[in-house]
Design a binder for this molecule. Structure first.
Ligand SMILES: [Zn+2]
Length: 248
């Protein structure tokens, strides 16, 4: 009985001592520095993963399921906040690097004895910010009792975001080029082409007297990089032009 009481008293003393140490350490300048640092940083509270379920209507479409296409469209539409989460993790990773640097420099500025260092480090580690820097997307494809799934990690997703941006950029550039080329078609240039072709369709030879309308056409279409220049332009009647656009 006596021993039990002694043990309890000892434990109590230890407990109080520990509290006292922590209380004192919390007043330490290093601890305050870290608290101050924490106030300067903001990190997003992103979920660890999201799961998306997709029902298909045959076993064949389950086996041939195009996961990448699905992920690209999910990102593009920001479905279930996917794009936002990827951007959050990007932010967290970027700022965590800076935070860790400052954290280390605070740690290194400690000039205490080993025991104090040990306790203080433990205490600092408790309040150190630990934002989420990983994220995954799981796509489950289901047909009746069959299931296939694929997991995309943050790095895979970031690559796909970049890929999507490249595609968008290329489309944008192409649209600009096409607009520019089409704007080059002036009335003067139009007349030059018609005159060169004797005001007759280059395919069927009909002219405006044959009850057809004459168009000036790009031989290589603008959408395929064709330029608005005399040698890439020809006179076509409305019927032949319609036939051409059917084939292009
Ligand atoms: Zn014609």
């Amino acid at each position: 009985m006596k021993i039990v009481v002694i043990i309890i008293i000892c434990l109590l003393i230890l407990f109080c001592l520990n509290r006292l140490i922590i209380f004192k350490l919390k007043k330490d300048i290093i601890y305050k520095k870290l608290k101050e640092l924490n106030r300067f940083y903001f990190f997003y509270n992103t979920p660890k993963k999201i799961v998306i379920e997709e029902l298909v209507n045959s076993k064949k479409s389950l086996l041939k399921y195009n996961f990448q296409e699905k992920v690209l469209s999910l990102i593009n539409n920001n479905q279930d906040n996917l794009l936002i989460y990827i951007q959050d993790i990007y932010h967290n990773k970027k700022y965590l690097k800076e935070y860790n640097k400052e954290y280390l420099s605070i740690l290194n500025s400690m000039n205490y004895n080993k025991i104090k260092k040990y306790y203080l480090k433990k205490l600092l580690n408790n309040i150190k910010l630990k934002p989420r820097i990983s994220f995954s997307l799981k796509i489950k494809v289901i047909y009746k009792n069959y299931k296939v799934y694929k997991i995309y990690k943050y790095d895979d997703l970031l690559l796909l975001v970049k890929k999507l941006k490249d595609v968008k950029l290329r489309k944008e550039l192409k649209r600009k080029f096409m607009k520019m080329e089409r704007n080059k078609m002036s009335l003067g240039l139009r007349y030059d082409v018609l005159k060169r072709d004797n005001f007759k369709c280059c395919v069927c030879g009909y002219g405006s007297l044959d009850n057809v309308k004459l168009h000036v056409d790009h031989i290589i279409p603008v959408s395929r990089g064709g330029k608005t220049k005399l040698d890439n332009l020809q006179t076509l009647c409305n019927r032949c032009n319609l036939g051409k656009s059917d084939k292009v």
